[in-house]
Write a protein that binds this ligand. Structure first.
Ligand code: GUN
Ligand code: FE
Length: 477
């Protein structure tokens, strides 16, 4: 007896990553989603109506539940932004004339301190989440500010709008302005308060599911998760770093911070921790590095540091727009991948000015080509041919790569049966589409997909789904 209830079916082309180098395009697929938002089945090469009808009757579904894609539309997994500062959104596209430490003092801290006012947060945060969802970011790993009330408000909003989110209240107790700093006591107390508040947000939804007879086999994951967020080694005392690591262990939470982004930053860290070998060792020394840790940037890592990162299974959030915009440097992602380090993409708003992961993909592509040229010019590396990132690799990083960083590789990132349906319905021919399709393109879906990745934008994202729920898109009312 078939008891599983199918709530939605898509018929059309699916595009997703099977591995770093393997992009899979599945035309004429039927994909079914159950009432928990999980992918119940994917049937390939269904080319006639009789086959469709057979599957519909097998699952006891009526025709109205099918969304039929046009020939040139396709579904892709939702994007994962593995590093974004929600409070910096008002500064996006401004103040990109200074390097990191000066930029923080002149532009970023003065804006972030405004979130001591909940009213200020209420003007900004809804815009941030709406923008990200519209741009296809189904999962975002956020920094907020040090402020408890504004951070709680942001968590509640992520939950209400149905995005998958990891949100950290920022911790910082030194080397920051007098009016934007915490004591270690308030930092820890507020973080505990924040963590418990966020853990309780999803509690009701989880209970609803638990009460259901099918719940034992159909547990869904929570959508909003707190993440422990020491801003970076410069702004946290050793004592604070130790306490935060204890907190992460106590609540079994992920951790995020910044690592090796800028040369002056690295020197500053060396001065603060003269007895520790390098920047990565500072976090390791404080027990902050494990398989649930995400470190943004990682541009100037030595081979020892890369080894440590690989062995401790830390993920690197590659933020190429920010790395260019703050003149930080260029991260050699190929080197990280060759070392088997987990990599995802991040916008790092407002160090980066692009809010879409499509922008991160494009900048990651350019960055990898620049690295490739500089390796070619360097005699020692001149056997390093064609080391730039390919389209399948870039797409993997933006979806599965991000899923790996947040330890949801078995839950999201592609369309494997059993995963939760976080997906985008892409329409390359939407009204006002920035993509031109010619007869020359025929119906070559691979070419059209590539055009979407390099030319497309939110106008092409008709529908955005998280855990099977329709949460945004140009068709969203
Ligand atoms: N390092 C410490 N804080 C920040 C920040 O807000 N943005 C970036 N890009 N790097 C940082
Ligand atoms: Fe950042």
């Amino acid at each position: 007896m078939m008891t599983r209830i199918i709530s939605q079916i898509f018929y059309g082309t699916l595009i997703h990553s099977l591995s770093l180098t393997k992009l899979s395009i599945i035309p004429n697929a039927l994909l079914g989603i159950d009432k928990f938002g999980k992918i119940a089945f994917v049937e390939e090469n269904i080319t006639n109506e009789q086959n469709i009808n057979d599957i519909l009757s097998k699952w006891n579904i009526n025709e109205e539940k099918i969304i039929r894609l046009t020939k040139r539309q396709f579904l892709i997994p939702g994007f994962v932004d593995t590093h974004i500062h929600a409070p910096q959104f008002p500064n996006a596209g401004t103040g990109l004339d200074l390097p990191l430490l000066e930029w923080l003092n002149k532009y970023t801290f003065p804006l972030e301190k405004s979130y001591s006012s909940l009213e200020f947060a209420k003007n900004v945060y809804p815009v941030v989440i709406n923008n990200l969802l519209r741009n296809g970011t189904t999962t975002a790993v956020y920094f907020s500010t040090i402020h408890l009330e504004s951070s709680k408000y942001l968590a509640k909003l992520i939950h209400e709008k149905g995005q998958r989110g990891f949100l950290g209240k920022v911790n910082m107790d030194r080397n920051c302005p007098n009016d934007y700093i915490e004591t270690i006591e308030s930092s820890i107390e507020d973080t505990k308060n924040f963590v418990e508040y966020v853990m309780n947000l999803d509690e009701k939804d989880m209970k609803d599911v638990k009460g259901d007879e099918e719940s034992i086999t159909n547990q869904v994951t929570r959508l909003v998760t707190p993440i422990i967020t020491p801003r970076f080694a410069i702004s946290c005392s050793s004592e604070l770093l130790h306490s935060l690591s204890k907190l992460a262990q106590e609540y079994d939470l992920p951790i995020q911070s910044h690592l090796s982004e800028n040369k002056d930053e690295i020197k500053f860290v060396k001065n603060l921790f003269p007895n520790l070998k390098d920047y990565t060792s500072v976090y390791e020394h404080h027990n902050l590095l494990n398989q649930k840790t995400i470190m943004a940037h990682g541009i100037y890592l030595s081979s020892d540091e890369r080894n440590l990162i690989k062995n401790l299974k830390v993920g690197i959030s590659h933020c190429p727009n920010s790395n260019f915009s703050l003149s930080s440097g260029i991260c050699d992602v190929r080197k990280l991948l060759n070392d088997n380090i987990k990599v995802g993409l991040g916008t790092d708003i407002s160090g980066g000015f692009g809010k879409s992961i499509l922008d991160s993909i494009r900048n990651a592509s350019v960055a990898s080509k620049v690295i490739h040229f500089s390796n070619q010019n360097d005699d020692r590396d001149n056997n390093n041919k064609n080391s730039h990132l390919t389209l399948p690799e870039l797409f993997y990083l933006s979806t599965m790569g991000g899923a790996n960083l947040v330890n949801l590789e078995n839950v999201i990132g592609n369309f494997e049966v059993g995963k939760e349906f976080d997906a985008l319905l892409i329409d390359p021919e939407s009204p006002q589409s920035p993509i031109d399709i010619f007869d020359y393109d025929d119906d070559n879906i691979e070419r059209i997909f590539e055009k979407f990745i390099f030319l497309g934008d939110e106008r092409n994202i008709s529908r955005v789904y998280v855990q099977g729920n329709f949460v945004s898109g140009t068709e969203f009312k």
